[in-house]
Design a protein around this ligand. Sequence first.
Ligand SMILES: Nc1ncnc2c1ncn2[C@@H]1O[C@H](COP(=O)(O)OP(=O)(O)OP(=O)(O)O)[C@@H](O)[C@H]1O
Length: 359
Amino acid sequence: MTEDGRGGAMIVAERVGKSFTVRARRDGRRRRVRTAVRAVHDVSFTVGRGEFVGYLGPNGAGKSTTIKMLTGILTASSGTLRVCGLDPSRRRTALARRIGVVFGQRTTLWWDLPLRDSLALVRKLYRVEPDAHRARLAELTELLELGPFLDTPVRQLSLGQRMRGDLAAALLHDPELLVLDEPTIGLDVVSKATVREFLARTNAERGTTILLTTHDLGDIERLCRRVMIVDRGRLAFDGGLGDLRRTVDADRMLVVELARPGPPIAVDGAAPGRIAAERTEGPRQWLRLPRSANAAAVVAAIARDHDVRDIALREAGIEDVLAGLYRGEHAYGSAAPAGGGAPAGPSAASGSPEALAAE
Ligand SMILES: Nc1ncnc2c1ncn2[C@@H]1O[C@H](COP(=O)(O)OP(=O)(O)OP(=O)(O)O)[C@@H](O)[C@H]1O
């Protein structure tokens, strides 16, 4: 990478950590104790120019804290961080000219101003030349379909309209990197589709690097070629969605439709343990198949012993995979993480504060 980050790597995080000091009563004691909460622990990764990366994890995993460090809002407690070749907390203003940031839960627009005026102020903040601004605004207006509400005060915009306005504000200065924290939260299916389509085009056609935090699995499946999963402050997985499915060895589900309702089906001998229906609904039954089970043998055994109308084998969707990971049912694979972080383990310290000192 060159000094200014134009060579290839857009984000380089090396063993980045962040601890917060909080004061809380512990074990019913009256005195409050200062404790350190490790929100992010030794996270290392590199994001290359032009990548579209999902940054995922359960609530409280450390995603927002990471994004705040990347954008210079928070300073890392340990490790080194470079975004566009800059140290975000020391070069916040210089960095702001090169990145765009959207927080789905908050707007950066001026509440009382029409969207058009809000965007004009953004132009001034980022010192975009008037001609470049006009051209870029026209382009964003078309892509994000802003036309019908450009002259409406931001406070009167629907959530979906406001989000499109926020995206325009974040991209008016044509940043190299776009950081998004839950950009589709609360949006209806049509607005989500518009936002996703826009993001996909921005990445593909302008080459904008995008880092996306979301709990919306549709966002991930539609947009992210690479996902990083943070769990209790540690980077637990870094790879493609397909790799994630393979790595976690997620169970498959067999859905059997019998000719008539009957007792729960059970099959012996096709896997190390017994496979039994975990759910029945009239003539339909659901059997969970571990990866180690021989699906053909299970299907043959059921067909031999039951009057079967239909059988379908459902591969685990990304939703099942992530739900299992977050609940701790699957171990993260040893292939992860790339970039040098350690797999999550019982020693991960986020959410388990360490006492510093009694007040
Ligand atoms: N300012 C703060 N002071 C103390 N603790 C904090 C602070 N900000 C975050 N934390 C703690 O750090 C941990 C990580 O929080 P963070 O907001 O980064 O998680 P997240 O992955 O973004 O969660 P969510 O998906 O719910 O938004 C949590 O245990 C949280 O309580």
